[in-house]
Design a protein around this ligand. Structure first.
Ligand code: DAU
Length: 340
């Protein structure tokens, strides 16, 4: 167990989805140091490593939105591939120069995604860590490339790495470009709820604090060089997710006209190359590290909807001009509905 006094240096580029308001709860806490910058800025990362001498580096940094990667893949290659490469190199040099005891204890934890495994047939078994890597979108290809780099830095240089591949996160502070927050925000604004294709694509949903506890556990006790799948055991078709969100809003913030928010559902053109199904087999992390999610989907989605209802200011704050431009670009090109 680490001391509760241990500090965290938070390096974040603060691109469109980053927001200092998300860090309000740690403002003024001496254990938290915020630095605005890029993992691809080698000089900056080297300086931070030398100054703060961390016992671990956790790589959460990524361009993460599939639709954006389809419109403009370049940033994904830059941050996810080149950025991870530069970060690995800076960390390798730092780690190699550590005294023996610190060197032994050091960890590099890379946070990745189940999307690197590709798509599953409806009746296929869920992704295990042995599943072949078959990414289908520019985003997932860039994450798969970064996973490969991390693996290679372990095998070639002996860097003490750990990799986690998680399913779809949801919960508070989720940027409203992703399915669940977009649906809540659009529903409350009286806008349409755009369902891609037939809405029968399946994702596994992981509440964000469960993801955090899994990362802590892997960092604490994961076996070096290993990959751990992290999932919520909540496989659900998108249309069921949207119906659940509408049902909760009907209960907690009914529409003035007495109709259900479901009336706002609109089927739109499908995402190109849309993966049909992701499912995580999270038995390895349970078996080896005794980790299990604490939230069910019912408890997690209720907390999430409540959080958005109570944080209208946060929502308004993140809906900048850049956000509005994105919504316009994405949903105008998808406006034509298929015959579903
Ligand atoms: O599986 C883990 C991944 O989950 C993460 O690695 C990604 O960073 C994260 O964005 C997420 O990827 P998805 O593409 O599954 O998430 P997204 O929220 O964009 O979409 C979830 C599903 O909902 C997907 O099948 C597409 C569909 N969808 C999404 C949006 C934004 C819609 O039908 N309508 C929408 O407006």
């Amino acid at each position: 167990m680490r001391s509760s006094e241990e500090g965290v240096v938070n390096l974040d580029k603060l691109t469109y989805a980053g927001n200092l308001h998300n860090l309000a709860s740690v403002q003024g806490d001496a254990r938290h140091v915020f630095v605005q910058g890029d993992i691809g800025d080698s000089a900056l990362v080297q300086r931070l490593l030398a100054e703060h001498q961390p016992r671990a580096v956790l790589n959460f940094a990524a361009e993460s939105h599939v639709d954006r990667s389809i419109h403009g893949p370049e940033d994904f290659i830059q941050t996810n591939v080149v950025g991870t490469f530069r970060l690995l190199e800076a960390v390798r040099h730092y780690w190699q120069a550590l005294p023996a005891i610190e060197k032994e204890a050091f960890r590099f934890l890379h946070v990745s995604t189940d999307e690197v495994y590709g798509t599953l047939a409806p009746d296929a078994p869920a992704f295990t860590e042995e599943h072949t890597c078959e990414p289908n979108s520019p985003y997932s290809a860039s994450k798969a490339a970064s996973d490969h780099l991390v693996r290679a830095w372990h095998h070639t240089y002996g860097l003490p790495v750990l990799t986690t591949n998680c399913s779809n996160n949801y919960g508070p502070y989720h940027f409203p470009e992703k399915l669940i927050p977009l649906m809540i925000v659009n529903a409350l604004a009286g806008k349409s709820l755009p369902i891609y294709g037939d809405g029968r694509q399946v994702r596994d949903w992981l509440y964000v604090t469960d993801h955090c506890s899994a990362i802590r556990r892997v960092l604490e006790a994961g076996r070096l060089g290993e990959t751990y799948n992290v999932g919520g055991w909540n496989e659900k078709p998108n249309i069921d997710i949207v119906n659940t969100v509408c049902g909760l809003l009907d209960e907690l913030r009914p529409r003035a006209d007495g109709q259900s928010y479901r009336a706002q559902i609109a089927y739109v053109k499908d995402r190109p190359g849309h993966d049909r199904r992701y499912a995580i087999d999270a038995r390895k992390i349970e078996r080896e590290l005794a980790w299990k999610p604490a939230e069910t989907f019912d408890t997690g989605i209720r907390k999430t909807v409540q959080w958005y209802l109570e944080h209208a200011d946060w929502v308004a704050n993140v809906q900048t001009g850049a956000y509005r431009d994105w919504v316009q670009t994405q949903y105008q090109s998808q406006a034509e509905s298929p015959s579903t």
